[in-house]
Design a protein around this ligand. Structure first.
Ligand code: C2E
Ligand code: CA
Ligand code: CA
Ligand code: CA
Length: 279
């Protein structure tokens, strides 16, 4: 019995550390998932911190696997980034999101915007600007209603190339948001160099507000800096009234988090829009 116990322990530890093997099957499943249409888009409200009025939505990808259930993006986006599927998935998401915005605006009876995550590989892809133009044309959407979320890392790989692409994006009126702001390894010099409009302050700095002194100092500093640079701030991961109150007091323009709306399918987002009034 001792022997078996030992052998089992070994098998378990191999299994636990055997993530790569598991990912290979996940990767294989991704290709059929594309064919079977198992990828979906969820939408999370981005709201005015003062009025709680929905101003836009961030598009978040979901994979509904027939037996595994919902596979979180942290599991499948890195794989798609490695094997290149992200270009296909990202192009689909961009087009679908632009078209979805039209329906959201119709339901709300006012202007909204849509925010879409662009992965590093997508950003570097030769066809990216073409895909962007196609998405805007297909939905007949002015570029100004689109926000493209990129990370500091995306900018740092090849700043020269990034500058070219960002300038082209800005020419179309699309706004650029720095996602997970403050978590990457980069200097602030890029805020001067590139046409950036939005800073999305990472949840890491928001989650322990208002009690945590260092996080509070960082958030205050980012908000001050953004004001002087004419940048809009979105605080990510806002979960409590206390966090919201703290951010409101410091004139943070937008918040996004479970407090004001979780990521939801489009039909639920439509209902949320209908129930969303000035407070
Ligand atoms: P992200 O772009 O930073 O997206 C925000 C993440 O925070 C989302 O996780 C969202 O569900 C979660 N979140 C929002 N509010 C709260 C909150 O109040 N509390 C907590 N604990 N979490 C909150 P999700 O949907 O699992 O996405 C994870 C990451 O996967 C995203 O992080 C993004 O980097 C990536 N991702 C998702 N969809 C796409 C996509 O279409 N394309 C690309 N390239 N990446 C995507
Ligand atoms: Ca994002
Ligand atoms: Ca983020
Ligand atoms: Ca994040």
């Amino acid at each position: 019995a001792k022997e078996t116990g030992k052998a089992r322990a070994v098998v378990y530890s191999v299994r636990e550390e055997g993530l790569p093997q598991h990912d290979i099957s996940l990767e294989a499943a991704m290709f059929s998932a594309v064919r079977e249409g198992e990828f979906l888009l969820y939408y999370q409200p981005i709201v005015d911190a003062r009025t709680r009025l929905i101003e836009g939505f961030e598009t978040l990808m979901r994979w509904k696997h027939p037996t595994l259930g919902m596979v979180p993006p942290v599991r499948f986006i890195p794989i798609a980034e490695t094997n290149g599927l992200i270009n296909l998935l990202g192009a689909w998401a961009l087009k679908a999101a632009c078209m979805q915005l039209r329906q959201f605006e119709e339901a709300a009876g006012r202007d909204l915007y849509i925010s879409v995550n662009i992965s590093p590989r997508q950003f570097r892809n030769d066809k990216f600007l073409e895909v962007l133009d196609q998405a805007l044309a297909l939905a007949d959407l002015p570029g100004a209603k689109l926000v493209l979320e990129i990370t500091e890392g995306t900018l740092m790989v090849d700043p020269q190339h990034a500058e070219t692409i960002l300038t082209r994006m800005a020419e179309r009126g699309a706004r650029i948001a720095i996602d997970d702001f403050g978590t990457g390894y980069s200097s602030l010099a890029y805020l001067k160099r590139f046409p950036i409009s939005v800073l999305k302050v990472d949840r890491a700095f928001v989650k322990d507000l208002p009690g945590a002194h260092k996080e509070a100092a960082i958030c205050s500093a980012v908000l001050d800096m953004a004001r002087h640079l004419d940048l809009v701030v979105v605080a990510e991961g806002v979960e409590t009234d206390e966090q919201l109150g703290w951010l409101q007091q410091r004139d943070c323009r937008y918040v996004q988090g479970y407090l004001t709306g979780k990521p939801m399918p489009a039909h639920v987002a439509l209902t949320a829009l209908q129930d969303n009034h000035y407070t």
